[in-house]
Design a protein around this ligand. Structure first.
Ligand SMILES: Nc1ncnc2c1ncn2[C@@H]1O[C@H](COP(=O)(O)OP(=O)(O)O)[C@@H](O)[C@H]1O
Ligand SMILES: [Mg+2]
Length: 242
């Protein structure tokens, strides 16, 4: 089992989009039993697969151990892909985790899920908090989407620092140039400065994910965007194997 966190301190950088599309590749192409775990109260990952949270249970209740993950997990329309949806209760997850005082609660929950899932992909909120510390302790690899901007370098520094602070066995960081548009000078410069980083292009096909509520690999398998997500997934699998 491996836990793949898609994380940044910044919002709107493509975390949810990347998490959902990687989950699709993991399940539909690698044929691994995959759980996409939405940790952001905004609930974008569930929306991208047309999955609503169960009304009877709150997403926070599994952290309080008032409910088992299995009580909340939903199947998606994709074979091998399940989703642990978010809801409004996650707004106060930091407070709850701080009150409980168990630094590895998320890591242990993920460990328990490893009997059922080979890959767990965490879609994280853009926070520096107890939750991000827990994510870092649980993760085997941390994917950091970085749109080409000077602010991104700062975000990467903050994530790197956060990982140094919170993880004993430090998970590798895989920065990803997201929303790349090579017609723009700044973007070309960012690409040249980081030739080894995987790239996700700025593409209308990616925006369509939210309209169609499907992964790009599903509705446009030969598009450059789908190929880019596939290459990113391969890079992650390689990192996990090494
Ligand atoms: N590669 C891309 N090309 C075009 N639009 C994108 C791309 N990645 C993300 N978006 C759009 O940008 C917005 C923010 O993406 P999202 O994945 O929700 O970011 P985050 O989870 O980091 O807040 C969404 O409207 C999404 O459709
Ligand atoms: Mg998001």
């Amino acid at each position: 089992m491996a836990v793949i966190a898609v994380y940044s301190v910044k919002g709107g950088v493509g975390k949810t989009t990347i998490a959902a599309n990687l989950a699709w590749f993991s399940a539909a192409v690698s044929r691994r039993k995959t759980l996409l775990w939405d940790l952001d109260a905004a609930g974008g990952a569930g929306f991208l697969f047309g999955v609503e949270p169960r009304r009877s249970r709150s997403a926070q209740s599994i952290f309080a151990k008032d409910a088992a993950p299995a009580d909340l997990i939903r199947h998606t329309a994709i074979d091998m892909l399940d989703l642990l949806p978010a809801d409004e209760s996650l707004r106060d997850l930091d407070g709850l985790l701080a009150r409980i005082g168990k630094k590895k609660r998320l890591a242990r929950l993920a460990e328990d899920l490893s009997t059922q899932y080979e890959r767990i992909i965490l879609d994280c909120p853009p926070v520096l908090s107890e939750l991000s510390a827990q994510v870092i302790r649980a993760a085997d690899v941390v994917i950091v989407p970085l749109p080409p901007s000077p602010l991104s370098a700062r975000a990467l520094d903050m994530v790197t620092q956060e990982i140094r602070t919170h993880a004993k066995a430090q998970p590798p960081i895989l920065p990803v140039l997201s929303m790349l548009d090579l017609r723009r000078n700044l973007h070309r410069a960012a690409r040249q400065a980081n030739p080894g980083w995987p790239v996700i292009p700025q593409a209308s096909a990616v925006e369509q994910c939210a309209v169609l509520q499907r992964a790009v690999g599903d509705f446009a398998p030969t598009s450059p965007a789908a190929r880019a997500f596939g290459q990113l997934w391969t890079a992650i699998e390689r990192r996990l194997a090494g």
